[in-house]
Design a binder for this molecule. Structure first.
Ligand code: SF4
Ligand code: SF4
Length: 77
């Protein structure tokens, strides 16, 4: 079960890779994407299930582009 929901706001991400470098569980990868006529780098969430909710990415993103939220409890035992 995914414990945390991780999302990157592509509109404001500048592809600086701080999140990819700081995340202890490699949740992010920096990818080249087409943006109109040009290509640019953005961070993509590739391993959301590995997130431990440390908030290092949220605290260190220079453009405040990352959200990490606790996922809703799916099944209560
Ligand atoms: S730290 Fe923020 S701006 Fe930099 S690549 Fe990650 S999401 Fe984008
Ligand atoms: S909260 Fe921590 S573990 Fe989760 S994506 Fe951000 S840096 Fe990685």
């Amino acid at each position: 079960m995914t414990a945390f929901k991780v999302s990157v706001k592509k509109e404001t991400c500048i592809g600086c890779s701080v999140c990819a470098q700081i995340c202890p569980t490699d949740v992010f990868e920096i990818k080249m994407v087409k943006d109109g006529e040009y290509f640019r780098l953005v961070s993509e969430v590739v391993r959301e299930e590995a997130c431990i909710g440390c908030m290092a990415c949220v605290e260190n993103c220079p453009t405040d582009s990352i959200r990490v939220e606790k996922a809703e409890a799916e099944v209560k035992a």
